[in-house]
Design a protein around this ligand. Structure first.
Ligand code: PRX
Length: 634
């Protein structure tokens, strides 16, 4: 399954296009199946209907845990580094992790969980989060992990959409110098969620929480019950390859976030295959991904990908700037990290603190570096290369999405020649095409277009939970027979791919996907707001910042106070991650005669480029543009 030279890459790529079923069957043979498949692939992108390995039976946790026990029971599976560097770190070997997953799977069963149930997980980055995720998979329950930065309202929306019956959370969480009240947030969410019959609460910060009789139980008490029952094993539920494994919500250009659905067989194969290849993982190496398990990167490249390959994965509870901006490098030195997978926004933020935080750190164990989540600017790429990798570590700039399940376009570490800012070449099995607005394929090199994929891969999303039509219209209806990514892309003269950013109304703020419509809806909830329009603008650290144009005809307080109120409203409706960076009050928005907001103009003004706003003659009220230009925020 592992490609170790560029010649092998080229051969594998060719085979994957000419004989895709054979190619993927060979990859899938590296995993443990309770029963092999009847068909490798059945598909059409019209409905869409994609099935990988149908007829096969498996449980992903047998691949992530049980199969490593014979030879690698004592290999560290998870190294956990706490938020506070003076607190003890933890190591869980494969045997220990297996036992804890079985134990918690039995807790879930004792609390009424069954195969097919949807379970919401809202937890800090502690090993118990990975244990909870795997325990769901063990019994065939579908997990829906919600990132800790989302509000009660966002959690409630997700719980209701998936009709979850159990929530797993913790009393509180530590992140940097913040103490976050997680259970309180869940309590607020659950006011709206009668479907939830049980909340299991882990003790982390032992902050005071309300515990409702009949609904809320402590994780630790439930573990004790399982121990006294004397039944440490939990057999892995037999799952069909196409049974749902998890739902993960992500933002699009319209409406509320949608629940991207991944299934057991294909997702497992794709997460494992990409992890082994992209990072060229070798046994004994320590791999550290700085993402949160609340995002797809954490699902695929902290939990499922590394564990399916028997790797040692490091989980970090805190943030890169606590207690100071040298924290990531301290972790690398403390745990002898060999592979570091992080995000451009983290790199740019650490660059800003200067080299003092890097210069005395022992980074000699590092062998490979990775980047994900947004385009990496050349300056950040070179900083990583020079000061962290000391020009000896290949950097893999990995392009992919929640919907793709795993990495799609990327260098293979040490195999693919890299170029700063370029995700380089598609992995074997991935067939990217660039198309123009009419869906016509743009062939050849030195071209720009909208990035689509023309053939399925095992990690492709199967549906959006509860709304298959939305999946079809969002991804498969823009262009016939193509999966549309929403990204713009350049293919240079060497055939290398460079992702240029979203071409739809989706923002990428610090690597987090945020829909402009979602933020607008939240701003419009503020009692004085009549209307708003949100666009992105270039931000030195976040990549993109959130710029909001807001119409308030009758402002009761000072503009400053009103801005704070709007920010608070957005925090409460979506979560702190969606807070606008800039709010400009305007008397009206530039609209066409049919009432459509001209976002192109607003984007240009937010970017500070007011010289050429293009044709404004079709606007209902061209004067408003002048006013907005004059009041633009720097
Ligand atoms: O615009 C692309 C950007 O992030 C989007 C996907 O976001 P999400 O589903 O949250 O997943 C993020 C982690 C995989 C993409 O549509 N993106 C992701 N990786 C890159 C990137 N843009 C440029 N270069 C990348 N390496």
């Amino acid at each position: 399954m592992k490609i170790t030279s560029f010649e092998q890459y080229e051969q594998a790529y060719k085979q994957s296009v000419e004989q895709p079923e054979q190619f993927w069957a060979d990859v899938a043979d590296n995993f443990t199946w309770k029963k092999k498949w009847d068909n490798v692939l059945q598909w059409n992108f019209k409905d869409p209907d994609v099935k990988w390995f149908s007829g096969a039976k498996l449980n992903i946790t047998e691949n992530c845990l049980d199969r490593h026990l014979e030879k690698n029971a004592d290999t560290p599976a998870i190294i956990w580094e706490p938020n506070d560097p003076t607190e003890d770190f933890r190591i869980l070997t494969y045997k220990q992790l297996h036992d804890k997953v079985c134990q918690f799977a039995n807790v879930l069963k004792n609390n009424g969980a069954k195969k097919g149930d949807r379970i919401c997980i809202y937890m800090p980055m502690v090993p118990e989060l990975a244990i909870a995720v795997l325990a769901c998979a063990r019994i065939g329950a579908i997990h829906s992990v919600v990132f800790g930065g989302f509000s009660a309202q966002s959690i409630a929306d997700r719980i209701k959409d998936a009709d979850c019956n159990i929530v797993i959370t913790s009393d509180g969480a530590y992140r940097g110098n913040k103490d976050i009240q997680m259970k309180n947030v869940i309590d607020d969410a659950l006011v709206q969620c009668p479907s939830v019959k049980r909340t299991i609460v882990l003790t982390r910060s032992r902050t005071a929480v309300s515990m409702i009789k009949g609904r809320d139980v402590w994780w630790e008490d439930e573990i004790k019950k399982v121990e006294t029952q004397g039944n440490p094993e939990c057999p892995a539920e037999e799952m069909d390859a196409e049974d749902m494994l998890f739902i993960l919500y992500t933002s699009g250009s319209t409406g509320k976030p949608k629940g991207v659905v991944h299934t057991c067989g294909g997702y497992m194969v794709y997460a494992g295959y990409t992890f082994a290849n992209v990072f060229q993982y070798n046994p004994g190496e320590v791999y550290f991904c700085t993402a949160d398990i609340g995002w797809i990167t954490g699902h695929s490249y902290i939990v499922y990908g590394p564990l399916s390959q028997g790797a040692t994965t490091l989980m970090f509870e805190g943030v890169p700037t606590y207690p100071d901006a040298g924290r990531l490098w301290d972790i690398v030195a403390k745990h002898n990290v060999n592979i570091l997978y992080t995000a451009p926004t983290a790199i740019r933020s650490l660059m800003g603190f200067g080299l003092d935080y890097v210069k005395d750190k022992d980074l000699s164990t590092l062998k490979k570096l990775g980047s994900v989540g947004e385009p990496i600017n050349e300056e950040a790429w070179h900083w990583l290369d020079d000061h962290i990798g000391h020009n000896k570590c290949p950097i893999v700039d990995t392009w992919w999405q929640t919907e793709t399940g795993g990495i799609m376009i990327t260098p293979i570490a040490g195999v693919t020649p890299t170029k700063p800012g370029y995700a380089t070449l598609p992995l074997p099995g991935i067939q990217p095409v660039l198309v123009d607005e009419n869906g016509k394929e743009i062939e050849g090199n030195g071209v720009n277009g909208n990035l689509c994929i023309k053939f399925p891969w095992p990690g492709i999303l199967r549906t959006t939970y509860g709304d298959h039509e939305r999946c079809r219209t969002t991804y498969f209806a823009t262009y016939d027979n193509l999966y549309f990514t929403g990204d713009g892309c350049l293919r240079d003269d060497d055939g290398y791919y460079r992702i240029t950013g979203r071409v739809d109304d989706v923002l990428n703020v610090s690597g987090h996907r945020i829909g402009t419509a979602e933020v607008e809806n939240a701003i419009n909830m503020h009692s004085s707001v009549v209307e708003s329009a949100v666009v992105g603008y270039p931000h030195d650290i976040k990549g993109q910042g959130v710029y909001a144009y807001v119409v308030i005809p009758d402002m009761h307080d000072s503009p400053d106070l009103t801005r704070k109120d709007i920010i608070m409203t957005v925090s409460r409706i979506i979560g702190p991650i969606a807070k606008p960076d800039k709010i400009q009050f305007v008397s009206g928005l530039p609209k066409t005669r049919s009432g459509k907001i001209m976002r192109r103009i607003l984007r240009k003004i937010a970017e500070g480029d007011t010289s050429n706003l293009g044709d404004t003659s079709t606007l209902l009220d061209p004067a408003v543009v002048e006013e907005i230009k004059q009041g633009a925020l720097k």
